[in-house]
Design a protein around this ligand. Structure first.
Ligand code: F58
Length: 830
């Protein structure tokens, strides 16, 4: 019996109106005061800024929950198929402002607070963002949650409630230092614990064969330990729609908060120890990007959240009247990379061992349920778990994986007998010592659809990492190009531009980003161009003030803001941008009258704490800043800023202020990029390689509005095949040599020639990311940037066109693509 069906009363009047759910200025004001007093026990006169924030968050949360409940009721009654987005990472950014925007009550809330003598922006600034992800992949998951709700698809985003998210970055003496992220220290008004929604998760131990009451042979898993997952729900409201989805994050707890058995034996400390070990599972996010951690705790985290999520999906499915065999009829589960890929084996275990389904029917349901998104081709990022570790932690799952593999390879053998090498390449097990489980293979075999995140990436995926699978199942592979939410990354972060756009074309673009095309009508309108520049300048002033506040560096808002913000990684080539800065610096030193427009180089991004080169690149950028910013000849022409602690909150100030977006990865390495889209949306021009989604961005905005440079994927492959010798470029290009020699001389390190030697030697002798091969083309492209910058109206024209043509890169479009190409779900309420 479906409990939701009993009383679907969406057409009845809302029973609770007024203080808890009303939208008028008076209702919001009264609710805010009530929350401060009754919700928090605070006297208004002595409330801190944070108290005010909390009271406002509770006020808005009531209004959001009203829609959550309405959604549960609506979709529970409807025969809708729903989405389970399985992701080990989310980066939602601050919730309050976004919820105000979605509800359409930003202005009335501002007024309500003003009448009480409070400033909304100051209150918004109190919110600590949940840093539950590393970078692009986690942020994409949050953009997709926003769009799922906004295009009205019922969905639950499943993940991990890390107690400590991605570290906060501070810069000391030019080096990155990591500070623990205590995001929960002041409480989190957006989440609701669901102590009744908990599941047990087993680890370790052994399996045994048994004969059940019906005389059937079954496998029983006798675990060594068990922990409990508790659900914490955060509502994710769609923009100006009734649908509110849920982000459901799992926290690990000990099964009994107190182990009585141990206590009775007098082993109090062991009981406490067990509790600590259980809770460790969701303690901290692994801060690696693009390198698989290979740590036991990481595998525990993955299995823990996946097991809770699948049990939850089965429970909801049963509530809606379904049986385990038909799970896929009501659920489409998306694997956000391989981090949740263990789900394939866990669902098989749940269906076969716990729900007594036969292998074939369980396998059919499993494959029909899952789809897999790949986010990287980098070999070091492809997850593999040693068979030993796997067997120790998840003995039953290892057996299931072997059985999946046996049946799979059998099928391949039938199709192409005798090709043992091919079998070895396809196998879920890498037989090279130490033997390991290939998670991308597990995800591919266990899914009905596999996609890359940009057209180029999806093609390369079929040609490289998953080539044999693409030969075997060509129809399984498709592309879904990434997208970003225009609500957070334009409306919220760039209100000036959003207003200007709306004043000309109306506000339909917020729900249909293609409408930005209507802006093209105004590219040659002088007044509009002037307004466009005025908005950009104001955004640059806002960023300049923040830079001053965070770094002490004064930058000129009139200068060209040349920005590269993203995780620090050699393949993203922040050090190529550094070579460009030094090229200009040396040129100006030699000829102070050289005709160069004033530029401010702004970098931001975290390095994985154990990534030696990335950390040294941060130091290099800061060392260049120290020299350049203090050089009396150059400092009014060039400035270099490393903006500390790049996160969603800071990003919302940085993207709107950028003139130039640096997307300069080695071709073939960046799966998509999403920062490139956020910059474009905010009117920045891109300088970039033919990599990831840059290819499609250039196609959309027009080649003449994009600064292209560098080797293509094909040229990179050919160059490597011929034998790449970076030393030749060094020897043959005088400017390049001067720049590298300058770094090597120790001039950037108070004479210490050792500090940057690892970077210099890596570039001259090895240069795995082909900086030297792309150097001259990059410098030439930057020359074209400078030339255009001098033509202010020409630049503005292209800036407008970049924004106008960014419609494709809305995450609403991506979600609609997933609905159509992968999930077979119809967006929108039926
Ligand atoms: C990123 N991957 C891609 N991984 O690098 C980027 O091109 C793409 O736009 C984005 O995904 C969204 O598709 C990424 O951010 C991680 O951070 C992982 C975290 C966990 C460990 C392995 C890397």
């Amino acid at each position: 019996m479906n409990p939701f069906r009993k009383k679907t009363r969406s057409n009845e009047p809302n029973p609770i109106q007024g203080i808890r759910t009303g939208f008028t200025v008076d209702e919001i004001k009264q609710a805010f005061l009530d929350n401060l007093r009754c919700g928090m026990g605070r006297l208004e006169d002595i409330a801190t800024k944070h108290d005010l924030y909390f009271a406002l968050a509770l006020t808005i949360r009531d209004r959001v929950f009203q829609r959550t409940v309405e959604s549960i009721e609506h979709y529970g009654g409807a025969d809708a198929r729903r989405v389970a987005y399985l992701s080990a990472e989310y980066l939602p950014g601050p919730h309050l402002a976004n919820n105000l925007l979605s509800l359409g009550i930003t202005d009335s809330t501002r007024e309500a607070l003003k009448s009480l003598g409070h400033d909304l922006d100051e209150i918004l600034a109190q919110e600590e963002e949940p840093g539950l992800g590393n970078g692009g992949l986690g942020r994409l998951a949050s953009c997709y949650m926003d769009s799922l709700a906004s295009v009205e698809v019922p969905a639950i985003g499943y993940g991990i409630r890390y107690e400590f998210g991605i570290f906060d970055q501070i810069i000391r003496d030019g080096w990155q230092c990591e500070i623990t992220d205590k995001w929960l220290r002041n409480g989190n008004p957006w989440e609701v614990a669901r102590p009744e929604t908990t599941y047990q998760v087993k680890f370790g131990g052994r399996t045994e064969g048994i004969t059940d009451e019906q005389g059937r042979f079954r496998i029983r898993w006798i675990p060594e330990t068990e922990v409990k997952g508790v659900a914490y729900d955060t509502p994710i409201l769609g923009y100006r729609v009734a649908t509110c989805d849920i982000l459901r994050l799992w926290k690990a707890e000990a099964i009994e908060s107190f182990d009585f058995a141990a206590f009775n034996h007098g082993d109090y400390y062991r009981a406490v120890q067990d509790k600590m070990v259980s809770e460790n599972i969701t303690k901290v996010l692994y801060p690696n990007d693009e390198v698989a951690a290979g740590k036991e705790l990481r595998l525990k985290q993955q299995f823990f959240f996946v097991s809770c999520s699948l049990q939850d999906m089965l429970r909801i499915h049963a509530l809606l009247g379904g049986t385990p065999k038909t799970l896929h009829e009501k659920w489409a589960a998306q694997l956000n990379d391989t981090h949740p890929a263990i789900a394939v084996a866990e669902l098989m275990r749940l269906l076969v061992d716990e729900h007594q389904l036969g292998w074939e029917e369980a396998w059919e349901a499993t494959r029909a349920t899952f789809a897999y998104t790949n986010h990287t081709l980098l070999p070091e990022a492809l997850e593999k778990w040693s068979v030993d570790l796997f067997g120790k932690l998840l003995p039953r799952h290892l057996e299931i994986i072997y059985e999946i593999n046996r049946r799979f390879l059998e099928e391949v053998r039938e199709k192409s007998p005798g090709d043992e090498a091919r079998l070895a390449r396809l196998s879920l097990i890498d037989e090279n010592k130490p033997r390991s489980v290939r998670m991308a293979h597990l995800a591919t075999v266990g899914s009905h659809a596999v996609n890359g995140v940009a057209r180029l990436h999806s093609e390369l995926l079929k040609e490289t990492v998953l080539r044999d699978f693409a030969d075997l199942w060509p129809d399984k592979f498709r592309n879904v190009t990434n997208g970003v939410t225009p609500r957070r990354f334009l409306a919220l972060s760039n209100p000036g531009l959003a207003q200007l756009i709306t004043s000309r074309i109306g506000d339909g673009w917020l729900q249909d980003l293609n409408q930005l095309r209507h802006l093209e009508r105004f590219v040659d309108d002088g007044e509009f161009r002037q307004q466009w520049r005025t908005v950009k300048l104001a955004n640059k002033q806002r960023l300049a003030a923040l830079i001053k506040n965070r770094t002490g560096i004064t930058v000129s808002p009139e200068s060209l803001f040349d920005v590269q913000v993203k995780r620090i990684h050699e393949y993203k080539r922040q050090h190529l941008a550094a070579l460009h800065i030094l090229t200009l610096y040396l040129r100006l030193r030699r000829n102070p009258n050289a005709d160069l427009p004033e530029r401010t180089f702004i970098f931001g991004g975290k390095a994985a704490p154990g990534y030696f080169m990335a950390k040294r690149i941060i130091k290099l950028i800061n060392a260049i800043g120290e020299i350049v910013n203090n050089d009396t000849v150059v400092r009014d022409r060039l400035k270099v800023v490393f903006f500390p602690d790049f996160n969603v909150t800071n990003a919302q100030v940085i993207y709107p202020a950028a003139d130039l977006s640096e997307q300069i990865s080695t071709a073939g390495k960046e799966a998509s990029g999403t920062g490139n889209m956020k910059f474009g949306l905010n009117g920045a021009l891109t300088i970039g390689t033919l990599d990831g989604a840059n290819v499609e961005i250039r196609e959309e905005v027009g080649a003449e509005n994009f600064f292209l440079f560098g080797l293509t994927v094909g040229e990179v492959t050919q160059l490597r095949a011929r034998g790449y010798r970076p030393g030749d470029y060094y020897a043959q290009n005088k400017t390049l040599r001067e720049v590298i020699d300058f770094i090597a001389s120790g001039a950037l390190a108070h004479g210490d020639a050792e500090l940057f030697r690892p970077i210099v030697e890596n570039l001259i002798n090895d240069d795995p990311f082909l900086l030297l091969a792309d150097y001259q083309a990059y410098i030439d492209a930057q020359e074209r940037v400078s030339t255009l910058w001098r033509d202010s109206s020409g630049w503005t024209r292209k800036s407008i066109l970049n924004t106008a043509r960014m419609g494709k890169f809305s995450s609403d479009r991506s979600i609609r693509d997933y609905c159509e190409r992968v999930w077979k779900i119809q967006a929108g309420r039926q």
